[in-house]
Design a protein around this ligand. Structure first.
Ligand code: DCP
Ligand code: MG
Length: 242
């Protein structure tokens, strides 16, 4: 099984180029197909940095990031993006139609696939409401759609590529609670066989994760399910109560 989407971080320590001290220290975890691993921690803890190492936005100095057993440093980025879709914390849309924005990276997708992705991402209604539908224009940087709409379009874009691994970096924060719940229920069905790694601020987004990693100052200080962490992790309890 060469292309399943097993993600493993093994003793990863990472410093940004030119920085003196690492932002991540000795990070180890495994995320397997069908599993959701959630990462929680205060601002600046290193959550985005941790995700960015899988699509090789940066190369690491120590440890290994493995995709299906192969160090990502041995894979080229195009090969990685075929298997891994990352929805960034600041989702980016470019000047062009909604269709262009959704097809980015997957030009052969059919219109039906685009609508299916929009339906799951809870973006179907606002795109249908536009006079030109999929041909409606997006301004540079997505300034003519709301933050929540931008997030949903970027989630739809990730779905269109049908990846083995999904990385969601705080992708649900601009959504109201009801839309967030609907979107995650739909995503759960669609990504049932995929590997999902999700950074979240809202605790309700991650309570059903198979494993939650509590990140503090670049280190995993606690890990477990929601129920386990409520019992064992003061840091997690603080986050839950905040
Ligand atoms: N950092 C850096 N250079 C970058 C990005 C980040 O030096 N290009 C630093 C800033 C922080 C640390 O790395 O001190 C961790 O940043 P992250 O963006 O990884 O932190 P989070 O994603 O956890 O924070 P937030 O919850 O605000 O998104
Ligand atoms: Mg971040």
């Amino acid at each position: 099984a060469a292309l399943e989407g097993v993600v493993e971080y093994r003793n990863v320590t990472f410093a940004y180029p030119g920085a003196e001290s690492p932002v991540l220290s000795n990070i180890s975890f495994t995320a397997r197909p069908g599993e959701t691993v959630a990462i929680i921690g205060s601002t600046g803890a290193g959550k985005t940095s941790l995700l960015s190492l899988l699509p090789r936005l940066y190369d690491i100095a120590e440890g290994e990031v493995l995709l299906d057993g192969v160090p990502v440093s041995d894979l080229d980025r195009a090969e990685i993006t075929k298997r891994v879709a990352m929805v960034p914390q600041r989702p980016y849309l470019f000047s062009g139609t909604i269709e262009h924005n959704l097809r980015f990276g997957k030009t052969e997708a059919t219109d039906q696939e685009l609508w299916d992705a929009l339906q799951i991402a809870q973006g179907e209604d606002f795109v249908r409401a536009k006079k030109n539908g999929l041909n409606a224009r997006i301004a540079q940087g997505g300034t003519n759609v709301s933050g929540g709409q931008r997030q949903r379009l970027c989630i739809a874009r990730a779905l269109v590529t049908r990846p083995k691994v999904y990385l969601f970096d705080d992708s649900f924060s601009a959504l109201d609670v009801a839309t967030d719940a609907r979107l995650r229920a739909a995503l759960k069905r669609t990504t049932a066989d995929a590997t999902v790694i999700i950074v979240a601020q809202r605790i309700t987004t991650i309570t059903d994760a198979d494993q939650i990693l509590v990140l503090d100052n670049g280190r995993i200080v606690d890990r477990g399910t929601h129920e386990e962490l409520l019992e064992t992790s003061p840091t997690y309890q603080e986050i839950v109560e905040s």
